[in-house]
Design a protein around this ligand. Structure first.
Ligand code: GRF
Length: 198
């Protein structure tokens, strides 16, 4: 008999390629998760169409409709409460979550970031990697805490920085690893083996 699957909510703001990787991973009979809902902070996010086409429930909580973070997060919680959600997977979700929100989901929110954290927290990671001349970068899947890009690491994947790289070529190389890392991180969590570096 297949093991029980945890229910995940995926939060996006845009393209949704990591979400798509998780949708594809969930098709495997032995994958330990299923997607309960995809929620976007932008009603026009291209990722929503991908999720809809895959037959997944979608919601938008339009960040532009809220004057403050508390209102936005209250609405997000209401959307989440309509589904059976065990874990929240942030996948290109461009909003910082408050300590109050994070505390409501202790060790239940996961994020993917396009650098080898703790290096290069925040935005524009690839341009900063290139400006610094470092030779290796990668991606990190980590638990979310109130500190931006600061929670415990679940899994990292490394890629080389190659001569002639632009932020775009480097982003594409890292993104390919992100799509492998996120499903792998969920498998590790479900096996109770986070904090593994590859
Ligand atoms: C990814 O690079 C992810 O690491 C970062 O935002 C980007 C989202 O891309 N947090 P996508 O929407 O998953 O294609």
């Amino acid at each position: 008999m297949a093991p029980p699957r945890i229910n995940i909510a995926i939060l996006i703001s845009g393209r949704g390629s990591n979400m798509k990787a998780l949708i594809e991973a969930c098709r495997a009979p032995d994958f330990p998760a299923r997607i309960a809902v995809v929620i976007s902070s932008h009603p026009e996010a291209p990722g929503l169409e991908i999720a809809r086409a895959a037959g997944i429930a979608v919601e938008s909580v339009d960040q532009k409709k809220f004057s403050d973070r508390a209102g936005f997060e209250a609405s997000l919680q209401e959307s989440l409460a309509r589904y059976p959600v065990d874990y929240i997977c942030l996948a290109g979700f461009m909003r910082l979550l408050s300590a109050r929100f994070v505390d409501a989901w202790p060790e239940r929110i996961i994020n993917i970031h396009p650098s080898l954290l703790p290096a290069y927290k925040g935005l524009d990671t690839h341009a900063r990697v290139l400006a610094d001349g470092v030779r290796e970068t990668g991606c990190t899947v980590h638990f979310v805490t109130a500190e931006m890009d600061g929670g415990p690491v679940i899994l990292q994947k490394k890629v080389p920085v190659l001569p002639g790289d632009t932020p775009e070529t480097l982003a594409a190389r890292v993104l390919a690893q992100e799509h492998i890392a996120y499903p792998e991180a969920l498998r590790l969590i479900m096996r109770g083996q986070p904090a593994v570096c590859a």
